[in-house]
Design a binder for this molecule. Structure first.
Ligand code: TYD
Length: 153
């Protein structure tokens, strides 16, 4: 099983879409193993978006990510990192495929509903950035055999 970080961005909180977005991951069959509301600081956002620090929109996205608290969550499942990225859709909501989260709820590159880790290496780093070990839980879902074949997990 893999674990991945999802952040429900301020636009999602402001638009009252928290339940709808979490519901998508639940219905897909992913398992929620950690979740909390947190108001992100410029410091943690500088670290999180360090790969974009030379871009002209660096400060703009950090400001947008701190207009109100966000929800950080950890979802677990087979190939969870790729599954969640596919569910999120491409960065620009206007180009994202209908049926994806960004394709269905976003008209923007910046206000694009969720952040999702993009690789196993990034997921491990990002989960450590936003959670301490005791905030992530290990438990067995009773419905695993309805979600996967017995040799898939
Ligand atoms: P990035 O890591 O490239 O995309 P993704 O979130 O799909 O992994 O960019 C991080 C965030 O930065 C992105 O979700 C929205 C914002 N952003 C802009 O505002 N303008 C841009 O041109 C890009 C590429 C990203």
């Amino acid at each position: 099983m893999e674990r991945t970080l999802v952040i429900l961005k301020p636009c999602t909180i402001q638009r009252g879409l928290i339940g709808e977005i979490i519901s998508r991951f639940e219905k897909k069959g992913l398992c929620l193993v950690g979740m909390k509301m947190v108001w992100l600081t410029d410091e943690i956002l500088s670290e999180h978006y360090a790969h974009l620090k030379e871009k002209p929109f660096f400060q703009r996205i950090k400001d947008a990510m701190s207009v109100c608290p966000v929800i950080v969550c950890c979802w677990e499942g087979v190939d969870a990192i790729q599954v969640v990225r596919l569910m999120a859709g491409t960065t620009n909501g206007r180009n994202a495929q209908p049926g994806t989260i960004r394709g269905d709820y976003s008209m923007s590159v910046q206000e694009n509903i969720v952040h999702a880790s993009d690789s196993p290496e990034t997921a491990a780093i990002e989960l450590k950035r936003f959670f301490v070990d005791s905030e992530l839980f290990s438990y067995k879902r009773n419905d695993l055999l309805s979600i996967y074949a017995n040799d898939e997990f």
